[in-house]
Design a protein around this ligand. Structure first.
Ligand code: FAD
Ligand code: GLY
Length: 353
């Protein structure tokens, strides 16, 4: 089988880039081991460059650019797929238990905070308000991206694992799959998230996050924006589901939810928003963030002339999907030099020291 571009990985990064390439008239195939085990399925879906307090510099610029793309990008995906993405520019409130300084954020004192969001913990002394941050329902987004890709004619092969690349000098000439098939392409995109080291020696490690969800029982939503406290976040979906996360664990690919992880999340979430303690629990799950040593993604060229990298998005891959798709499609089309941001995310920063 041959194709113009072979995308390995079906998380938001692989899917979004495949769609962008298809819209630019490339013939695109995606190979995916398992949709539901990716970080894109596990995430909270916050679009939170400000609440996450990303330091000023290239990463913040990248995140802000992507947040700006979100309304038009999701509406395009919704039109093409006929499915909702759950994009909601609801703002993020960051309550704190002791006041510290933050740049460029709006401070709400205790009374303004409780007007903004009733029923928070009595321990909350105030909050920072980020009206431009928001959320998307990452599971709905992933489904919509899949449907969009299929509607546009991207070939999507699920339950196919790439075992290795086949190289000739400085080019990739094919991939071997666990179905013992060899697939050839003109260009290859590695978008395999936390599993990237299985295929290429680049420093991407899993950072496990445990999560859970409850469901609000009131008719009216008890939370109308995301809450992002120093040790816990609570993300209310428009349908009454409330997502709570997340642990940050260096345990490799160890699966499962643990009692300790769940206890930590529940204690912190109930402290922040006590009404939660009465809501029915819906689900527990976990996922693996693709983390690099400097916590920045790896975007663009690889040591091989026709292999491009889009991995290592760590805590912000849902946010970064639209900007990654645009930049990586430019790289594959040879226009990357046009964007000065990309040099900050080159893989060689880990090999040139
Ligand atoms: P993934 O979604 O992990 O997808 C990788 C894909 O590659 C999978 O489909 C997998 O099956 C496939 N694959 C791997 N190896 C192979 C192979 N050899 N052959 C074929 N296929 C392969 N980000 C935000 O912006 N906001 C948030 O609120 C947020 N919350 C998070 C909460 C948690 C608990 C976690 C774990 C992550 C969170 N993130 C968040 C981060 C975000 O989820 C990730 O950065 C993003 O999903 C990475 O997307 P990806 O497509 O690179 O990887
Ligand atoms: N961005 C939230 C998380 O990674 O848990």
């Amino acid at each position: 089988m041959t194709t113009d571009v072979l995308v390995i990985g079906g998380g938001v990064i692989g899917l979004a880039t495949a769609i962008e390439l298809k819209l630019r008239s490339h013939c695109v195939t995606i190979l995916v081991r398992d949709f539901n085990s990716g970080a894109s399925h596990a995430a909270a879906g916050m679009l939170a460059p400000e609440a996450e307090q990303i330091s000023p510099g290239a990463m913040l610029d990248l995140c802000m650019r992507s947040r700006q793309l979100y309304p038009d990008w999701t509406s395009k995906i919704e039109q093409l797929s006929g499915l909702s993405t759950g994009y909601w520019n609801c703002g993020i409130l960051a309550p704190v238990y002791e006041q510290t300084n933050r740049n460029n954020a709006q401070w709400l004192d205790k009374s303004a905070t409780s007007k903004h969001q009733p029923n928070l913990s009595a321990d909350v002394v105030g909050s920072w308000w980020y009206p431009e941050d928001g959320q998307v329902d990452n599971r709905a987004l992933t489904l919509a991206l899949c449907a969009c890709a299929i509607a546009l004619g991207v070939i999507l092969q699920d339950e196919v694992t790439v075992k290795n690349f086949i190289y000739q000098q400085n080019r990739v000439i094919g991939v071997c799959t666990t179905n013992n098939e060899v697939i050839h392409a003109e260009h290859y995109l590695l978008a395999t998230g936390a599993w990237s080291q299985e295929l290429l020696p680049i420093p991407v490690q899993p950072k496990k996050g445990q999560m859970l969800s409850v469901r609000a029982t009131e008719k009216e939503l008890p939370l109308k924006q995301v809450l992002f406290a120093p040790d816990i976040y609570i993300v209310p979906r428009a349908d009454g589901r409330i997502v709570i996360g997340a642990t940050m664990e260096d345990v490799g690919f160890t699966p499962y939810n643990t009692p300790a992880g769940m206890q930590l999340l529940l204690q912190r979430a109930i402290r922040l928003f006590p009404p939660l303690q009465h809501y029915p629990i819906e689900e527990f799950w976990w996922g693996f963030r693709p983390a690099t040593p400097d916590e920045l993604p790896i975007l663009g060229a690889s040591p091989y002339s026709n292999l491009t990298l889009a991995t290592g998005h760590y805590r912000n891959g849902i946010l970064l999907a639209p900007v990654t798709a645009n930049l990586i499609a430019d790289v594959i089309e040879g226009q990357a030099a046009a964007d000065s941001l990309l040099k900050h995310f080159h893989y060689s920063r880990f090999t040139n020291s």
